[in-house]
Design a protein around this ligand. Sequence first.
Ligand code: MLT
Length: 378
Amino acid sequence: MFDVLTLNKISNKIYAVLNDDYAVSDNATAPDAILVRSFNMAEYDIPDSLLCVGRAGAGVNNIPLPRMTDKGICVFNTPGANANAVKELVICGMLLACRDVIGGNKWANTLEGDDVPKQVEKGKSQFGGIELYGKTLGIVGFGAIGAKVAVAAEALGMKVATFDPYYTGDQVKVYENVDDLYANSDFISLNLPLLPTTRGMVNDKAIKKMKDGAVIINMARGELVDVNAVKEALDSGKLRSYVVDFPNADCLNYKGIIAIPHLGASTEEAEENCAIMAASQIKDYLENGNIVNSVNFPRITVPRTTDNRLTIIYNANTKALDGIKEALSVVEHTLNYVERDTIGYAIVDTAAGINLEDNDNLISRIADVEDIISIRIL
Ligand code: MLT
């Protein structure tokens, strides 16, 4: 039986994946796994029992990755699972920025009397806008969301370009330098993670490089953008609008800022997709030791051919792997290992008939190897 702790409300589609072998609750004290959405785990007291975390979403800035890695805890996210929902909100954000639907709606609701249709026609000119067709969209970050935004924007008649140092494809025009994207875009959509290198990247210097009247769409993370710099640019007319799905108090009730309460992934479909993907990934890790879509562990999938499997997490910057090989030399086995930064991870399948639980000798030989972080019999 595995204990799974939920730190946020997660779609109950997880129960299609986590069967009777799993006890899922929001109060487990010694969980094997945690499922989380945006709960901030920065100060979270990590239980000794914890083996893995499944983030039902893409961003992992709410999870203390270095602490997790040091403790040998594998953290998963669900890239792409909510990309369609976020894409649709990016398109919605662009439309809201160029058509004053929000202002018009507020105004329309104040009208009264038999001649509302007449008042509508008389007053509508204050809410006129511009069109997306023919405008240029610069997408910063061309991952699962950015790529979908590009397709949808092109279907609306927009020209699309991207800046993403990790993107090697040719779906759209690629700028080598983000400043060139800023200088050539009417709309700039931020679709990249919050990292030490991206925090505050949209600051006064960046905004100066942008076209006059540009629109910034931020469905990624609030901290990517210096809100004070945006406000100054809105006041001066340099920027037309800032649409943000991660508003702080400074973003509220400000002319030109459209604040949305983190709705990017809040669709039934996205919540279900993320929940199923996160649950499937932690299940495969807990039961088989396989790792897909981890943000701190290397990727590995080894089909199960025997009931005798153990996994070993070791410090990759040491001679631990040699020690593991030596320790394993006493049994017939298959060793698969992968390394990523400091994390080394081995899946060992021993020949049929070896009962690992009873084989203290083998387990203690491995445990005696220096720089082993943990061993698990699966
Ligand atoms: C994400 O990073 O994918 C979103 O923030 C997910 C969410 O809304 O939980």
